[in-house]
Design a protein around this ligand. Structure first.
Ligand code: ZN
Length: 95
């Protein structure tokens, strides 16, 4: 998942909702699949205070499965970094 380079879409492993385009995936060097943006309406977010930190947790808008945290240090225009659990994603190549 981390080293997937093909064109396609990343889906929720729990409910198959389409979450990310491969166009927004990049290598953040964290060891986690990272994305600059999600597909519109793919996720809901909430503030997560676990581990003594304030982070923004995001989860699948369809089934509620937790996918990761979003940080504001991304390389894209919007400055977002979606740090996703690779086990929560299924990749489906376009061709
Ligand atoms: Zn889901």
């Amino acid at each position: 998942m981390l080293h997937e380079k093909r064109d396609g879409f990343y889906h929720c492993a729990n409910c198959d909702a389409k979450l990310f385009s491969s166009n927004s995936k990049y290598d953040s060097g964290t060891g986690w699949p990272s994305f600059t943006e999600s597909l519109p309406g793919a996720f809901n977010t909430k503030i997560d205070y676990s581990f003594g930190m304030k982070r923004v947790e995001y989860h699948c808008a369809k089934c509620g499965a937790h996918h990761g945290h979003v940080f504001e240090d991304g390389p894209g225009e919007n400055g977002m970094r979606f740090c996703n659990n690779g086990l929560c994603l299924i990749f489906k190549p376009t061709n």
